[in-house]
Write a protein that binds this ligand. Structure first.
Ligand code: SAM
Length: 209
């Protein structure tokens, strides 16, 4: 991309950010928060010097941010076009590993290869438009089961689950999502502290600093 193209995409990103913010204010700050706020939550709560796992790469904007601040990022995307664009975007960046497939299929072979501090950004789900619609709209149950089986390999984890407002299976739109109680039970069973902020469920094994 030339200087002009670069400038255009920066201006477009700034305009999108402004629109997202205006809509949020007009909704009386109702969830979801603008993406730059969610990303600052990831940067604040993610452990330093950790490996990040992101489910649902989409356009790779969060991937790029996480890569700039961590040891390595594994990002998983089943939609072929989005996967190919991300693969091209991060080609040559040794910290970023773009995986083509469903997170629930990739986790059982990926997680046993990891160790040390691990941060999870669980954001892979059907979201309309070009995004992938797999056997389930929300694979979080399977993802959490895989994390639970591998917890002993990790020194510590932070698990961030996006779009907590959707975790209401009594709403027909979100029938594939587990309940918030399910997430809380999972965190407690695994000895993790949990809280919710900006529409993100956070479970962490870190002790308070
Ligand atoms: C909300 S977007 C992700 C946004 C991105 N993580 C970010 O922070 O900018 C959801 C993405 O999840 C992908 N997806 C859908 N089902 C999935 C699955 N089972 N495993 C992994 N990703 C999935 C969609 O194709 C879509 O790109």
């Amino acid at each position: 991309m030339g200087i002009l193209g670069d400038l255009r995409s920066k201006l477009r990103a700034r305009r999108d950010q402004k629109n997202e913010e205006c809509e949020w204010v007009a909704r009386g700050y109702e969830a979801p928060s603008p993406s730059w706020i969610k990303r600052s939550v990831l940067l604040r709560l993610g452990q330093e010097e950790a490996t990040w796992i992101e489910t649902g790469t989409f356009q790779g904007d969060t991937t790029a941010l996480l890569a700039a601040t961590s040891r390595a990022v594994y990002t998983i995307e089943p939609e072929r076009t989005l996967f190919e664009l991300a693969e091209a975007r991060f080609r040559g960046d040794e910290r970023v590993h773009v995986i083509h497939g469903l997170s629930e299929t990739a986790f059982p072979s990926l997680l046993p290869t990891l160790s040390g501090k691990v941060n999870f950004w669980l954001d892979g789900h059907y979201s309309g438009g070009i995004t992938h619609q797999g056997p389930t709209d929300c694979p979080v149950r399977d993802e959490l089961a895989s994390i639970e089986r591998n917890l002993a390999h990790f020194d510590s984890v932070v698990v961030l689950i996006d779009d907590i407002r959707c975790f209401d299976p009594s709403n027909p739109l979100y029938a594939d999502y587990p309940s918030i109680d399910y997430l809380v039970d999972w965190a407690r069973r695994n000895g993790l502290r949990w809280h919710v902020e900006h529409d993100i469920f956070v479970a962490e094994s870190r002790t308070a600093e």
